[in-house]
Design a protein around this ligand. Structure first.
Ligand SMILES: [Zn+2]
Length: 133
């Protein structure tokens, strides 16, 4: 007789899918960060929004940002980051916004569920118009 878990707070009739409830990435350590050995990451976006630089310490990665037009079944918005090294393209990463969230096809994302490409595009506001908040 103790079934009191239904909060009955949510309004009915919302067609929203359930949230993915976070990434299952690692243990939830609540220890405060003290030793910040990593240099802070900065972003620089060119005025036309087509060049993105990720600056970390002395290291600068520059990318060409192109908007892709994904198939509606695949996603709602996608960006292609082409990493430029010495004026030449070296790696291409496609970051796509799907109904489940943002995905990148780099190895870091596959492994950790997050990566600097996704972070940077969010920070640059490339997904801010469309993201579910
Ligand atoms: Zn990535």
């Amino acid at each position: 007789m103790s079934t009191s878990e239904s909060s009955s707070e949510s309004p009915s009739g919302m067609g929203l899918p359930p949230e993915p409830s976070g990434m299952p990435s690692g243990p939830s350590s609540t220890s405060p960060k003290k030793a910040t050995s990593k240099p802070k990451r900065f972003l620089r976006l060119s005025a036309d929004g087509k060049r993105l630089s990720i600056i970390r310490g002395k290291r600068v990665d520059s990318y060409v940002v192109e908007r892709l037009d994904p198939h509606p079944m695949c996603g709602r918005l996608a960006w292609r980051l082409t990493k430029m090294v010495d004026g030449r393209s070296s790696n291409v990463y496609d970051v796509i916004l799907t109904q489940w969230g943002v995905q990148c096809d780099c190895r870091g994302f596959l492994r950790w569920g997050k990566c600097k490409h996704v972070d940077s595009l969010f920070a640059a506001g490339k997904f801010s118009l469309l993201t579910i908040r």
